[in-house]
Design a protein around this ligand. Structure first.
Ligand SMILES: CC(C)(COP(=O)(O)OP(=O)(O)OC[C@H]1O[C@@H](n2cnc3c(N)ncnc32)[C@H](O)[C@@H]1OP(=O)(O)O)[C@@H](O)C(=O)NCCC(=O)NCCS
Length: 379
């Protein structure tokens, strides 16, 4: 091997690339997109502004934002064969459906094979617009509803809720969902973004890179955790007493089971995204007149932080937030993708712009070299 350094499990703290997109300080609990603190963005920006920021490394003017909103609106409707494909799929998990359908999108993109920077950017916009429509339409078709045409006047978050439920969401629900999209948009070299960059670095196409990222996001150690959190809450049941919650969580910890929604590879403090999602879960619960899921989440959080010194991550309170917004459980992880596709594509474009094949080494731990080869009939 070229290096004598021992392989580090899970590449922990290994710096694998340089990037101008996301600043992360796990010791101080700082997350910033292109220098803008996530708290400021969550409070004051829209998801569309965040998309522009990630793709262009600066905030848009009003005119630039208007242009992007028009481009997204124009791209949101799905090609008809894509809706037909969704109708043909068996009732699979939302992430499995998204992986298949996002891959199929490439076949209906006239620019799929165009690797020019301008075409790659247009594809990033289209993918971001259409992945929202795919996930919402999938949720609606699966529930027995008919596909709805996106409303060009509504923003990305409001359109998603409209396409999913068939009802125009009120301002509170739209804003809550918009903030959730902002919070999930990028997170430096997380596993799915890394997968996307590795694929792009072979100079494969942007659809292949995004599909690689989708497959990676699916796992319960990554984006799949938000659905696992809600499964845990539902298993406990909304009428579970605080004592019962403690008993079940303690038993899980005693069995060395991981509690979904806690722990993080980078943060040693509270995940700054969890701060907003906790507040959102509380407020939406109050508005719906039902705080059982929030109360239960808080009880679990108190126990896990005290007993295991682990903080809630982005997935913990997004579960009760989405549940209160009426979103079906198997769409939680696809919704992560609806947002993260903005970050994935920003990283993929950055990779294309300054590319070198990503090809690390492995520390060899197999049988000693050389082994004597024994022919098949003598073994
Ligand atoms: C996020 C995560 C994958 C980070 O993993 P990691 O950096 O490789 O950390 P490890 O899995 O090695 O965990 C380190 C220690 O903390 C414990 N731990 C980590 N997360 C835990 C959790 N959620 N519940 C209970 N214990 C946990 C591990 O069991 C391990 O304990 P040990 O040293 O006694 O064996 C991990 O915290 C996890 O699996 N969390 C639950 C899934 C989740 O919420 N994922 C979404 C992340 S945004």
């Amino acid at each position: 091997m070229a290096t004598t350094e021992k392989a580090r499990g899970g590449l922990e703290d290994v710096v694998a690339t340089s990037s101008a997109i996301c600043y992360l300080d796990g010791e101080r609990g700082v997350l910033a997109y292109c220098g803008y603190d996530i708290h400021d963005l969550a409070r004051s920006a829209t998801f569309e502004e965040v998309c522009y920021l990630l793709w262009h490394r600066r905030l848009p003017t009003r005119a630039e934002l208007g242009d992007l909103q028009s481009q997204l609106a124009a791209a949101r409707p799905l090609p008809e064969p894509i809706v037909r494909l969704m109708r043909m799929l068996p009732p699979v998990d939302g992430m499995d459906a998204l992986r298949t359908v996002a891959s199929a999108l490439a076949h209906y993109d006239a620019e799929a094979g165009d690797a020019s920077p301008a075409a790659q950017y247009r594809k990033a916009v289209r993918l971001t617009a259409q992945i929202g429509t795919i996930v919402a339409t999938w949720g609606r078709l699966r529930a027995g509803g008919g596909a709805i045409a996106p409303d060009p006047v509504m923003g990305h978050a409001a359109n998603f809720l409209y396409l999913l439920t068939g009802e125009r969401p009120d301002a509170t629900a739209s804003r809550a969902f918009d903030v959730a999209l902002t919070l999930h948009a990028d997170h430096e070299l997380n596993a799915s973004t890394f997968a996307g960059r590795v694929t792009a670095a072979t100079l494969s196409d942007i659809y292949s890179a995004v599909v690689a990222a989708i497959g990676t996001l699916k796992g319960p150690l990554h984006g799949g955790a938000n659905a696992e959190v809600m499964k845990m809450l539902l298993d406990l049941g909304e009428t579970a007493t605080g004592e019962r919650v403690d008993e079940v969580v303690r038993a899980k910890l005693a069995r060395k089971e991981k509690i979904p929604g806690f722990g993080h590879r980078v943060y040693r403090t509270e995940d700054p995204r969890a701060t907003h999602l906790r507040q959102m879960s509380r407020e939406l619960g109050k508005r719906a007149g039902k705080t059982a899921w929030f109360d239960m989440s808080q009880r679990i959080e108190a126990l896990v932080t005290t007993e295991k010194k682990l903080n809630a991550n982005v997935d913990f309170y997004s579960a009760s937030t989405y549940y209160t917004l009426g979103i079906p459980l198997d769409l939680y992880t696809p919704i992560f993708a609806v947002s993260r596709v903005s970050g994935w594509t920003a990283h993929i474009l950055e990779q294309y712009a300054n590319n070198r094949l990503i090809r690390p080494r492995a520390e060899y731990t197999g049988p000693v070299y050389p082994q004597r080869f024994v022919p098949l009939d003598q073994r």
